[in-house]
Structure formats: structure tokens, C-alpha cells
Design a protein around this ligand. Sequence first.
Ligand code: ARG
Length: 466
Amino acid sequence: MGKLWSGRFSENASSLLDEFNASLNFDKKLYQYDILGSMAHAKMLHQQGILTTQEYEDIVKGLEQVRQEIEAGEFVFDISDEDIHMAVEKRLTQIIGDAGKKLHTARSRNDQVALDFRLYVQAHNEMIRQLILRLIDALVSVAKEHSETMLPGMTHLQHAQPINFGYHMMAYASMLKRDFERFESSFKRNNLSPIGCAALAGTPHPIDRQLTAKTLGFDEPTLNCLDTVSDRDFALEMLFNIATMMMHISRLSEELIIWSSSEFGFVTLSDAYSTGSSIMPQKKNPDVPELLRGKTGRTYGNLISLLTVMKGLPLAYNKDMQEDKEGTFDSVETAEISLTILTEVIKTMHVNKERMEEACMIGHLSATDLADYLVEKCGIPFREAHFITGRAVALAEQKGCDLSELSAEALQGIDNRIGDDVTEYLSIRHSMNARSSEGGTSTQRTVEQIEKVSEWLKEKEATLEA
Ligand code: ARG
């Protein structure tokens, strides 16, 4: 059998054209969506009296067989078929004969590819949301255990104020919660059916797009067919959502890398998720977070690639758009494995509480507390308080201790308005717990954040399962 579109051609396609033009090597990933879409289309054609019952039943049976052949690895993918749409249709016609040739009534590959690709993106949107929930759940579990474990909070990677490790984990849980919500909103916005748009202008056949939309789990058909066959926003949103989520994952990875260094020693990554060196026997390397950080780059690239492919295209379909798939598949696969492995890394890492708390004794973390104390308890204007605190820090430096270790007496030597109760204010734990404003780091506020996110998690897990 020649090409399905060979009618107006008198010469055969060159094999070089086949190689350059074909998408089959990568779009075969879409086979299940192509078959699902064809079944829904056939069902509608039958209901509208365009296919007889016999033809419809043959098509469904034939498509089932194609699916089985592909899944059993028996299907012969021939690149001269160009893409998965034509490969499936050709095989269907080989199996069931003439009825197979009727399947493409009121359909074009333009709405077919828009449908298959959208079904793929929607299915993986759900999968990615499931995986995000699992990662958030892992972060929340660590947070629950460590809402009293103090570590130096940083700005400019310099010790700034004491926070607790649970609070730090909840910062990432919050980012991932927003990521989830971005995927969720993209899913809702794009849950519209492209099928029935045909080449670009709709079709004269009496089709029922509401029926195909419903059969395929879409909320309704898209509004305008010209837009629908030209639109890849749904894939761009997916790519943007993944890129942003990977940026968050990359930042967490960066912290895991820093924290697991000998200099920090805040966490120890499990052996199961660490690697060794081929030459230095003592080494244990954080390859997983490094790769997560590294792979983030390709997800940005995929987003920029597709934006660039789309930017100059006149309506409607142009072959440039075949370039939409590989980058999207790559980002989706990168996102899914990244979420999965990071969840395991978080679940299995060991938090070195003592090292974190030791580090809190470096850098005079409660300096802001002394200034606040001078303002609140002694009525000293903030600028002056800032200066007095600076003197206290200099004294601690001179004595080789942390500010929190200075005695009340020593501090009173700097300013006699300072009371005996100052010591309590300078303790690192007091400092951490003093930041008790809404969304702050105090253990109580951290627990509040954990509770809110846990409740949200339960709600989302239930809706995704339903
Ligand atoms: N393989 C094509 C793609 O992935 C399918 C659509 C082809 N449509 C067309 N009119 N050539 O974009």
C-alpha cells in the first residue's frame, strides 16, 4: 500500500524525505491516545448515521487489535507511514478492510494530532499532580519531625536569623503547592476537545462534537476550529509549569548539595541515593540533586524551543508544529522522574539536628533580638539600639563567643539600661520562637503551616483519586 495521501502524486517519495518528514519515531508514544480518539470519533460517526453498526464494530475491534499488536511489540512501525495517525489507520485497514477507510470521515490529521497531543498532556498533567502531592507529603513529614530543630536561616548565604528546619521544608512545600495549582488551572483551562475541527474550518458532515468531547472526558468542544488546529498553548503551559516547578526543585537540590557537604553536614543523603567516586574511595557524592539541578536546564530549553517554533506561524496548521512533541515528551519525562526520585531522597535523608543547632552558635543570630529588646524593654530608639548591639557583637567577637553566650553583666557594661532578663532574649530558641507573626518561623506558626498544608493535601488527594 502506498502513502495514504498519494492520490495526486505521480512519483514516490524519496527515502530522504521520509526520514526528514516523519514523526513516527517519536509520536508513536501517542498510540493509545490516537486509538482512544479514533474510537470516540467512530462512536460519534455511528451515532450520526455516518457509519453502519457493522462498520463501527469492525473499527473498534480492529483498533483493539492494533493496540494489542503495539503493546506486544508486534506492530511493524514503517517510517514511510510518516506518523502514528497514518500508521494506525493503515494497519486498521489491513485488518478490517474497507470500513477502516471510512474512519477518517469528518476528520483531519490536524485535529487528530491536536487531540492526541492534548490527551497526552492532560493525562500527564494528572500524573505530575499526583507526584507533586507525594513530594509535598514527604516534605511535610520532615517538617512535622523538625519544627523544633533550629538552623541558621540565611540571606546572601550568610547566617541571618535562626529558623527551624520544618519551616524551611514548608517553604518548599508552599512552592510546590503553587506548582500544583498551576498544573490544576492549566488542566481546567485546556480540558476542551479539538476533535471535529477537521483541517481548519470544521466539516460539512453532521457530526456531534459534544458527544466526542464527553466520550473523551473533556468538558466541552473548543470554540473555534481555526484556533484549535493552530493552538499549542496547552503544551506551552505544560512546559512553563514544568520549568517553574523544576526551578523550585533545583533550588531545593542546591540546598541539599550544600547541606550535605562536610562544611555544613546538616543532612546526610541515604547511601541508596548517593554515588561514589571511581578514584577516591572515601567519597560520597550527591549526584541525584546535582542531576536535578542540571536537568532543570533542558526544561527551560524545551519551553523556549516551542515558544520559538510557534511565534511566526500563520494560521492554521504548519509542519513546524511537528516540532512540538519531542521537547514536551522530554520535559514531561524529566519532571516525572525528578519528582519521583526527589521524594525518595527527602524520605530517606538523615537530618543532623546537632550540626544544625551547633551552627546556630555562629554568626550572632540573635543580634536583631538584642536590638528589639533595647527598643521594647528599654525604650531606646532603634538606631541607637542598632549601635549598642553592634558594640555587643564586637565584644562577643573579642571574647571569641557568640552573642547569645555573653552574660547580662558583660552587656550591662556596654549599656547600663540593659536588664538581667536580657539573657533569655538572646537565646537562639527564644529568638526563633519570637518570630511568631503569621507565616513566621516560630514552632507554633510552623505547626500551623503544616496543619494547613496537610488539610489541603487530603483534599487534593481525594479529588485526584475520584
Ligand atoms: N505528524 C504531524 C505532527 O506531528 C501530524 C499532523 C500532520 N498534518 C498535516 N497536515 N501534515 O504535527
